[in-house]
Design a protein. Structure first.
Length: 126
């Protein structure tokens, strides 16, 4: 199953990535000013995937990628794939697992793990 991961860019905008069941990034969204815009795009993609267009492209160095768009508006760009077959597998994985994908939100600056001194009850000196 794939996963949507929302995060915050250094400039304060939000983005999301869609990762494979193995944790590899498949595509990255455009920047959004509000986190709610990311959430709406994710819901739209999950619920209406057949309405989106996958446009296949290649780089000058021979890598392959796709852009995910709807109504001419590009919403996400994939990672670079070394072969056209691996690109097709990436798109197939999206179609196969999209409806079961979960969403994680890492956009807040809260620490995921407490400081070492909180864990061990003692102050750590650097």
């Amino acid at each position: 199953m794939g996963m949507f991961v929302i995060s915050k860019r250094f400039n304060g905008d939000y983005k999301f990535v869609y990762t494979s069941r193995k944790g590899k990034t498949i595509f990255t969204s455009i920047s959004c000013k509000q986190k709610s815009d990311c959430e709406l795009m994710i819901a739209g993609i999950k619920d209406n995937l057949p309405q989106f267009t996958f446009t296949k492209n290649s780089t000058a160095s021979g890598k392959y990628f796709f852009r995910l768009s709807k109504g001419g508006l590009v919403l996400a760009t994939s990672r670079k794939y070394s072969t056209e077959l691996s690109l097709k597998k990436g798109i197939t994985e999206i179609h196969k697992y999209m409806d079961r994908s979960e969403m994680l939100d890492f956009s807040e600056n809260d620490l995921l793990f407490p400081a070492a001194e909180e864990v061990f009850g003692q102050e750590v000196q650097a």
